[in-house]
Design a protein around this ligand. Structure first.
Ligand code: DON
Length: 307
C-alpha cells in the first residue's frame, strides 16, 4: 500500500500533466503570477495514513476552500438555527461572486458562494468578538482542521483588499437586509484574511480527512467539530461546492467537494478518505482544470462515486 498509492498518484498526475488549458486567476496580480505548472495530489485516510505525489508541500492561499470549514465553525459556535436563519442551503446556479440573495429575506442562497461565506465568517466565534478576534477564531479553527498552525499571505491579503469592490458591494447588500449586523467593511476584511490563509496540498487533504472522519482530525485525533455539523457541511459541499458546475461534478465525480481560485480542490468521502489536488489553471467556473480531471480519474478508478 505504501508505495502502491504514491505510484498510482504519480501515474495519474503524469496523465493529466500535458493539459495546459485554463488560466490562473487574474483578478489580483499575486494570483496571476502563480506558477501554472504546479501539480500535486494527496490522499489522507481516516486512519491517519497520508500519501502524496507532485507539489504537495508548496504553500498557496486557501481561498474558497476556507468556506466549508468556516461554515462548520459558525454552526459549531452558534448551533444550526441562528446560522440557517442567515444563510440558506440551496444551490444558486450562479457564479460564486454573484450577489445571489433570496428576494424576500436577503438571505444568501448558500455558504459556498461569496455572499454566504461573508455571512458565515461573521458568525464564526461568539457574537461579542472584535473583528481581529474573529479572524483569530477562524485561523485557529482552520489550523485545527489541518493539524498545524497556519499563517496568512499578507501580500495576497492586501492586494485582495484593494480589489474587493464586489465583495464590499455584496456585504453592503447583506447589511441593508440586516443579515450582517456589523460594519460590512470589517467583515469583508476578515473574510479576505480567511481566504489568504496559506495551505499545502497535504494540509488540504488532512482538512478534508477531518470531515471524512466525522469531525476528528485523523492525525492529531482532536475533535474539531461535532458530527451533526459534518453532515451539514458535506451536504452543502455536495450541492453547492463546485458552484454552477455542481451538477456536472455530481454526475461525473460524485464526491462532496470544494474548489478555490488559487487552484486547490478538496473532496471528502465519509468514513474513508480526504483527497486534495493543486493545479492553478482554472476553468470558466473558477475550478482547477487538472484538479477536476484528477478527481474524475480517482472517482472512476476507485469507484468513489457515492451515488
Ligand atoms: O472572495 C473571493 O472571490 C476570493 N477570495 C475567493 C473566491 C474563490 O476561491 C472561488 N473559488 N473557486
Amino acid at each position: 500500500m505504501r508505495s502502491v498509492v504514491p505510484d498510482y498518484l504519480t501515474e495519474v498526475l503524469g496523465d493529466v500533466e500535458p493539459d495546459t488549458s485554463g488560466e490562473p486567476a487574474d483578478y489580483i496580480p499575486e494570483l496571476a503570477a502563480a506558477d501554472p505548472d504546479r501539480l500535486g495530489a494527496v490522499f489522507a485516510t481516516v486512519d491517519g495514513m497520508v500519501y502524496g505525489a507532485g507539489d504537495i508541500d508548496t504553500e498557496f492561499t486557501i481561498q474558497s476552500i476556507s468556506k466549508p470549514f468556516t461554515y462548520a465553525l459558525a454552526l459549531a459556535d452558534h448551533g444550526f438555527d441562528p446560522v440557517l436563519a442567515k444563510v440558506g442551503v440551496e444551490p444558486s446556479g450562479e457564479a460564486f461572486n454573484q450577489i445571489s440573495l433570496e428576494s424576500d429575506t436577503g438571505r444568501p442562497y448558500n455558504p459556498m458562494i461569496n455572499a454566504g461565506a461573508i455571512t458565515a465568517h461573521s458568525l464564526a466565534g461568539s457574537a461579542e468578538l472584535t473583528p481581529p478576534e474573529r479572524v483569530q477564531r477562524v485561523v485557529d479553527g482552520l489550523s485545527a482542521f489541518a493539524g498545524r498552525p497556519l499563517t496568512m499571505d499578507e501580500t495576497v491579503c492586501a492586494s485582495e483588499m484593494e480589489h474587493a469592490h464586489r465583495n464590499l458591494a455584496i456585504a453592503h447588500m447583506l447589511r441593508s437586509h440586516d443579515i450582517l449586523t456589523e460594519d460590512p467593511r470589517a467583515v469583508v476584511d476578515g473574510y479576505i484574511r480567511q481566504c489568504s490563509v496559506l495551505v499545502t496540498t497535504r494540509d488540504l487533504a488532512v482538512m478534508a480527512a477531518t470531515l471524512a472522519n466525522r469531525g476528528i482530525n485523523p492525525l492529531s485525533e482532536e475533535r474539531v467539530i461535532p458530527e451533526p455539523v459534518v453532515r451539514q457541511v458535506l451536504s452543502v459541499m455536495s450541492t453547492c461546492g463546485m458552484y454552477d458546475a455542481a451538477g456536472d461534478w455530481a454526475t461525473q465525480v460524485g464526491i462532496p467537494a470544494k474548489s478555490g481560485v488559487a487552484g486547490g480542490l478538496i473532496g471528502a468521502l465519509p468514513g474513508q478518505i480526504g483527497i486534495a489536488t493543486f493545479s492553478p489553471r482554472l476553468d470558466r467556473h473558477g475550478n482547477s482544470v487538472r484538479g477536476v480531471s484528477l478527481f474524475e480519474r480517482f472517482s472512476a478508478d476507485m469507484g468513489l462515486h457515492v451515488m
